[in-house]
Design a binder for this molecule. Structure first.
Ligand SMILES: [Zn+2]
Length: 409
C-alpha cells in the first residue's frame, strides 16, 4: 500500500511538472491576444497616419471613436493630427489646407439667407379651385400633392432640412455647397398628423396623405434630406385626444419638434398681460407634462401678432409665470414673407423671426416661386463644416462678432 501511494505521489508530481512546463511554454510563445494590447500605448501611435488605419483598428477592437476635424497646414487631408485614448478614442483629423478655390467654386456664403417655411393644413383634395397648390383663397392650406412637390423642389434645388432649434443656436449642419431650409406647421390641424388606428405591433398607423405621412415617405426615399419639421400646437394638440401621447412621442422620437402656438390661438394685441402669461404658460405646462424636456421653447405667434416687439405684451411672451409655472421662450416666429438672415448675421434676432408663407401666387408677393427665385441672389451656402463659419471678405461687416472660427475668402 505504501509503495503504491508513493508511486501515485510521484506520478502526481510528474503531472504537475508537465503542467508547469506547458504553462511556461505557453507564456513564452503565447500569441498576443486583444486583451493584451494596451490601448493607451497603441492608439497614440496612429498620429500622423491615415484615419482609415485607425478606423480599421477601432472596428476590429469594438471601440468607440469621437472624431473632430480641422483645417491644418502641416497635416494633409485625412491624416491624424492628434489621437488619445480615454475609455474611447478621441481623434482630431486634418481637413488639409483650406481650399479657398472650393469656396469660390461653390459660392459658399454662411451669411446668406435661410427660408423658414410656414405651413398650416395639408388637405388631400384633387379639387384645384384655387391658384396652384392652394386649398383656400389665401393659400394657408395646401394640397398633399403640392406639399409632396414642394419637398421635391426644395431637395432638387439643393436645400437640406435643419431643425429650427439648431438654427437659433447657430448649428447649421448641411453638406458643402448645400443650403439649409426649415419647415414649420401651425395650428395642430388633424391633417398634420392623422392617426388611422394602431398597427398589430402597437405602432401608429399614420395616414400617408397627412403632413407627417408625406414627410416620413419622403425621408425613406431621400435619407440625405435630413427630414425634420416643427409643429406649433394649441390646447387640442392634433385634435385626436386618444392618441395625444403617442403622437407627441412619435414626433420627438423621429426627429421632429413640438412648439407653442398658445392654448387658444390668442391675438396678443387684444389680451391683458395676465392673459398673455396664461395662454403661453399653460401651453408650455401642457407640453412639459406630456413631453418633459423634449419640446422646444419656441412660439409661433398666432396671426403673426404683435407686429412690433415694442408691444406691452411682448416681454410676457418671452418670459413669464402662470400659476407658479415659470417659462422662458427662446425664439418667436412671425408670419412673414422673406427668408431670414443667417444666425451669424449681426441683425439676427431669434425672438422675432420672419417666415415665408408656403403658398402659390403666380410668382408674386413672396409665394414659394418668388421666394426661391430671390434666394438665388443671397442664399446661405454651407462649407460643409458646422464648426466653421465661412464668409466672403466683402460681407465681413455683417458678421456678429461673438462668433469664432471664421474663415474669410
Ligand atoms: Zn395659427
Amino acid at each position: 500500500m505504501m509503495k503504491r501511494k508513493k508511486r501515485l505521489k510521484f506520478k502526481y508530481k510528474k503531472v504537475l511538472l508537465i503542467i508547469a512546463i506547458i504553462f511556461v511554454l505557453f507564456l513564452i510563445i503565447k500569441p498576443k491576444g486583444k486583451e493584451e494590447i494596451k490601448l493607451g500605448d497603441v492608439i497614440p501611435s496612429y498620429q500622423g497616419k491615415n484615419i482609415i488605419e485607425l478606423d480599421n483598428f477601432v472596428k476590429e477592437n469594438n471601440l468607440l471613436i469621437d472624431k473632430k476635424y480641422e483645417y491644418n497646414d502641416e497635416y494633409a487631408k485625412d491624416l491624424i493630427i492628434n489621437v488619445e485614448y480615454d475609455n474611447n478614442v478621441k481623434v482630431l483629423i486634418s481637413l488639409g489646407q483650406i481650399d479657398k478655390e472650393v469656396y469660390k467654386e461653390k459660392n459658399v456664403n454662411e451669411l446668406g439667407r435661410v427660408p423658414i417655411m410656414m405651413y398650416h393644413g395639408i388637405v388631400d383634395t384633387k379639387d384645384n379651385k384655387y391658384t396652384g397648390g392652394n386649398v383656400d383663397k389665401d393659400g394657408y392650406n395646401r394640397t398633399s400633392d403640392a406639399f409632396r412637390a414642394d419637398l421635391e423642389f426644395y431637395y432638387n434645388s439643393g436645400y437640406r432640412m435643419i431643425r429650427l432649434s439648431d438654427y437659433i443656436k447657430g448649428i447649421i449642419d448641411v453638406p458643402l455647397g448645400y443650403s439649409p431650409i426649415i419647415i414649420t406647421f401651425d395650428d395642430g390641424n388633424k391633417n398634420n398628423f392623422n392617426v388611422l388606428g394602431k398597427n398589430a405591433d402597437g405602432s401608429l398607423n399614420i395616414d400617408p396623405e397627412c403632413a407627417v405621412g408625406i414627410l416620413e415617405d419622403f425621408k425613406k426615399r431621400h435619407p440625405d434630406m435630413n427630414v425634420t419639421a416643427t409643429f406649433f400646437v394649441m390646447d387640442g394638440l392634433f385634435n385626436q385626444s386618444k392618441y395625444n401621447e403617442d403622437i407627441l412621442n412619435f414626433l420627438v422620437d423621429n426627429g421632429y419638434d413640438v412648439g407653442n402656438h398658445t392654448t387658444i390661438h390668442a391675438d396678443f394685441t387684444t389680451i391683458s398681460t395676465t392673459k398673455t402669461q396664461e395662454v403661453v404658460g399653460k401651453m408650455y405646462q401642457k407640453l412639459d407634462k406630456l413631453l418633459h424636456d423634449k419640446y422646444v421653447k419656441i412660439i409661433a405667434l398666432p396671426f403673426g401678432s404683435p407686429y412690433k416687439k415694442t408691444h406691452e405684451n411682448y416681454p410676457y411672451i418671452i418670459n413669464g409665470d402662470y400659476n407658479g409655472f415659470n417659462y422662458e421662450t427662446e425664439a418667436a416666429l412671425r408670419v412673414g414673407w422673406e427668408p431670414e438672415v443667417s444666425p451669424f448675421d449681426k441683425d439676427f434676432d431669434k425672438t422675432f423671426l420672419k417666415r415665408c408663407r408656403a403658398y402659390d401666387n403666380n410668382g408674386k408677393e413672396f409665394d414659394i416661386e418668388s421666394v426661391f427665385k430671390n434666394l438665388e441672389k443671397n442664399r446661405y451656402i454651407s462649407d460643409g463644416n458646422k464648426d466653421l463659419i465661412v464668409i466672403k471678405e466683402s460681407d465681413k461687416e455683417k458678421l456678429n462678432t461673438i462668433y469664432e472660427n471664421i474663415i474669410l475668402y
